[in-house]
Design a protein around this ligand. Structure first.
Ligand code: GLA
Length: 381
């Protein structure tokens, strides 16, 4: 992909370009906890978005998408007729402008070997990679923390009220490490993660998820959590997020909370605990039990937080039946995308072949299988 992007750049434009690699991400555990100031455990992966960028000495931003084979040109920020991928660039340029960063003209070709809508954070890779690239080109020295927040702001502007997990994974990933992010303090703890006899495998349901619509179910879940925080904070003004709510406090408010909101908030509290459980289990190298926690996580996402789809449940159920699979769960926002599976190397081929075949028989869909390699976060290459 790097060569294809370089080649496409030199056919459209000329001269040497700056090359940026901006990775996708996985998340081992801690789903829908980031926007509740909880804990997550992501990592950056080998699949990535690549940007070839060069200053052009004028004020025109000429951006070409290799994957869509479409271009957009920004002469000003009023441009409204952009294809859907162009909205991200427009939002980023607006945000940089509002923050007082001075950006001049750029020629850019970008493209990814990162499936779009598969729950691997292609949009965070795009936003953070482009801001990082501009920061390098114009020597803006924007700290990574700030890039993450701008990337998040761009997504919010487009419609998905996401947390910060994806942006942090793209920016702070480290080869062969997971990291635990405390989404309240934004403190990062890298955890060495090199499996010897096991592999993390993504199984893409082949159903694209759509989080970026203002009234999407994602935002509805977030609103459920915020409603409960608002109620409790009337009595406890110091409580600003679910991070400061424990199960006994939640229980006291049960009679005042809609059952569905209670169910969702209860899921979030349990999911935060699962992150700490997995940290402890990894320290003991107890992968069997990590697998069980992943399955519990999926149960919560499917039956309590209700962000699964029948196809994702089928993938997890099929995985559960395989001896070689220690655990599986849907990964990311839900409503499509991929499951993450912890698989023993010994039984990997047989297990994955069985899942693939049965998924096709049951749903008529081809799933795509990808073995995870954990890589560094965004960088110049
Ligand atoms: C999406 C969002 C993240 C996070 C996950 C769910 O990927 O972008 O901020 O909320 O869903 O864990």
């Amino acid at each position: 992909m790097i060569n294809k992007i370089k080649q496409s750049f030199s056919t459209r434009f000329s001269g040497e370009s700056l090359m940026i690699k901006s990775p996708g991400r996985i998340n081992l555990i801690g789903e829908h906890t980031d926007y509740n100031n909880g804990f997550v455990m992501p990592a950056a992966i080998d699949n990535a978005m690549y940007f070839a960028m060069k200053k052009n000495g004028n004020s025109i931003l000429d951006i070409h998408s290799y994957n869509y084979d479409q271009s957009i040109v920004f002469k000003d920020l009023e441009k409204t007729d952009t294809p859907s991928w162009g909205k991200y660039f427009k939002a980023i340029l607006e945000i940089l402008h509002e923050k007082g960063f001075s950006i001049q003209g750029v020629q850019c070709v970008f493209g990814a070997d990162l499936p779009i809508g598969a729950g691997l954070s292609s949009s965070a890779a795009l936003c953070c990679g482009f801001i990082f690239g501009l920061s390098e080109l114009f020597d803006l020295k924007i700290p990574r923390e700030e890039i993450a927040k701008m990337g998040q702001a761009a997504e919010h502007r487009i419609g998905s009220k996401c947390g910060l997990m994806d942006q942090y994974a793209v920016l702070f990933g480290k080869k062969n490490h997971l990291f635990c992010l405390d989404c309240e303090s934004l403190e990062i703890r890298h955890i060495p993660f090199q499996l010897e006899n096991h592999t993390l495998v993504l199984i893409n349901s082949n159903i694209e998820h759509q989080l970026a619509s203002v009234d999407s179910e994602y935002n509805v879940r977030r609103a459920s959590c915020e409603k409960v925080v608002e109620l409790i904070s009337k009595d406890f003004p110091k409580i600003k997020s679910l991070r400061n709510v424990n199960s006994s406090l939640l229980e006291k408010y049960k009679h005042k909370i809609q059952p569905i909101d209670f169910q969702r908030v209860n899921y979030v509290l349990k999911e935060n605990k699962r992150v700490h459980q997995v940290i402890n289990l990894l320290e003991k190298n107890d992968l069997e039990e990590v697998g069980n926690v992943l399955l519990q996580g999926h149960h919560g996402l499917s039956k309590e937080y209700e962000v699964s789809l029948p196809e994702l449940d089928i993938l997890v159920d099929l995985a559960k039946m395989e001896d070689g699979v220690l655990g599986a769960r849907l990964m990311g926002g839900g409503f499509g995308g991929a499951t993450i599976n912890l698989v023993t190397n010994e039984n990997k081929s047989a297990a994955l072949a069985n899942i693939k075949k049965q998924y096709l028989d049951l749903t008529g869909l081809e799933c795509k299988i990808h073995e995870v390699k954990i890589e560094d976060g965004v960088k110049v290459i």
